[in-house]
Write a new protein. Structure first.
Lengths: 355, 86
């Protein structure tokens, strides 16, 4: 059996509701209804159980967590469990009073879609930029650590310099430039979002030139490196996700991956889910590996890449991640890079029929 | 190192003991740093009220046989350069 380590981090998706419609969203195409969401008291129990397992950090995300009227109770639950909490928000409706009500919150990450209002709003699918600008001021006034997050793709990669300017103007201490990963809505919109190699190279140069100005996080996307990412630091190794309905997953996109039942905090203790549930043990370690991974010297470094990506692209989560040049399925990645660009399908409940 | 420097953790950095792993940690928005040896004990004294000299003296009294006077100032400076002390 694979070595079992305690998890470090919990992604708490407290709702799938969101005022934005970003076509790169990693939420599943079938969004959880509000009526199925865990209550604040259930979240408090989740944080307590998670802390007991070894979780020290929680990212309180969604959807848009501010749409939960009881977000203050949810944050208090994390704080009471001794877990460092970060709010991951679009910033819409964030006021000084609301942020002050989130007692025990440790940091805030604000998303923005591009450097200019019109471009940013076009990606968000609604006017949002001005509200985000105000939210940045609210976060600055609170004194909480402030990170800005921008998901990058074909439509904003040419604006990286302006995005860095924006982060400095808005007073962020840290800028996460996250190249789109193709899951959920982003996979549906892949042809609209995939950048070109030239765009990535130019962005990388800008970032290298300006690293001294700001703490910038940037990773080249796996579609372009030929090497799979060490996804999540290995399946069910470092962190876990709790979805709005209490489903517990090794990563936010793992719901359909293995065909194994999805455990739920309403039915099972988190410790059992982490240590023993069929979903969490499915791809832990290296015993499950197939194809070129089995003998690969990098198998303890990249863990065979991403199980969700293997599943989404090949239908079999145990295959080598097609992002790897050694994968027999690598042609799927190369073909996607050659595909003509397409328009956005915005993230809206029901926008894509369930299959 | 300035004589009047009173090291303190910045607001973004939280020091806590992790009972599950029996180790001290620095927690930050996107990062966890696992502290080894006496690092946690030293940083626990960095509360913004003590100068670096005070911290050295306190630790020297606690651990008379350890090379506190030479190693602790270097450690504090290294941690400051990482951005985990102000």
């Amino acid at each position: 059996m694979a070595d079992l380590t305690p998890p470090w981090a919990l992604l708490a998706e407290v709702t799938h509701a969101c005022p934005l419609h970003c076509p790169y969203c990693s939420n599943p195409l079938e969004l959880t209804r509000r009526s199925a969401e865990l209550a604040a008291a259930e979240w408090a129990r989740v944080f307590e159980e998670a802390a007991g397992l070894g979780v020290v950090q929680a990212h309180i995300s969604g959807g848009e967590p501010l749409l939960r009227p009881d977000l203050d109770e949810i944050v208090a639950g994390a704080h009471a469990a001794g877990v460092y909490s970060q709010l991951v928000t679009s910033g819409l409706r964030l006021t000084d009073e609301r942020l002050a009500s989130l007692r025990g919150l440790d940091s805030v990450q604000l998303s923005v879609q591009d450097a200019r209002a019109a471009d940013s709003d076009r990606i968000a699918g609604r006017p949002a930029f001005d509200a985000k600008h105000e939210a940045a001021a609210v976060i600055r006034r609170s004194g909480l650590p402030f990170g800005l997050n921008v998901v990058l793709h074909r439509h904003n990669l040419d604006h990286v310099d302006e995005i860095i300017d924006l982060a400095l103007t808005w007073g962020a201490e840290r800028l996460e430039l996250a190249n789109t990963q193709f899951y959920g809505w982003a996979l549906r919109n892949r042809a609209a979002l995939l950048p070109t190699r030239d765009q990535l190279a130019a962005a990388e140069q800008s970032i290298a030139r300006r690293r001294a100005e700001l703490d910038i996080v940037w990773v080249l996307p796996d579609y372009f490196t030929g090497a799979p990412k060490p996804c999540m630091g290995g399946w069910a190794t470092r962190s876990l996700t709790v979805a709005p309905d209490g489903a517990v997953l090794p990563c936010p996109t793992a719901r359909a991956v293995s065909g194994r039942p999805v455990p739920n905090v309403r039915e099972s203790p988190l410790a059992w889910i982490w240590r023993e549930s069929p979903l969490f043990t499915a791809y832990r370690g290296t015993d499950w590996m197939t194809g070129p991974c089995r003998e690969c010297p990098r198998r303890h470094t990249d863990f065979g890449g991403c199980r969700c990506q293997a599943f989404e692209l090949t239908g079999d989560a145990a295959r080598t991640d097609p992002a790897c040049t050694l994968s027999p399925d690598h042609g799927l990645i190369l073909a996607a890079l050659e595909a003509p660009a397409a328009g956005f399908v915005y993230r809206r409940p029901g926008a894509v029929p369930a299959t | 190192m300035r004589a009047d420097w009173k090291p303190a953790l910045p607001r973004a950095v939280t020091l806590r003991h992790d009972g599950v792993r029996d180790t001290d940690l620095l927690l930050m928005p996107e990062r966890v740093v696992r502290l080894t040896g006496p690092a946690g004990a030293i940083l626990r004294l960095c509360d913004g009220t003590r100068t670096a000299d005070d911290i050295v003296m306190t630790l020297a009294a606690r651990y008379p046989d350890a090379p506190i006077a030479t190693e602790v100032p270097v450690f504090l400076q290294q941690i400051k350069e990482e951005g985990w002390l102000i």
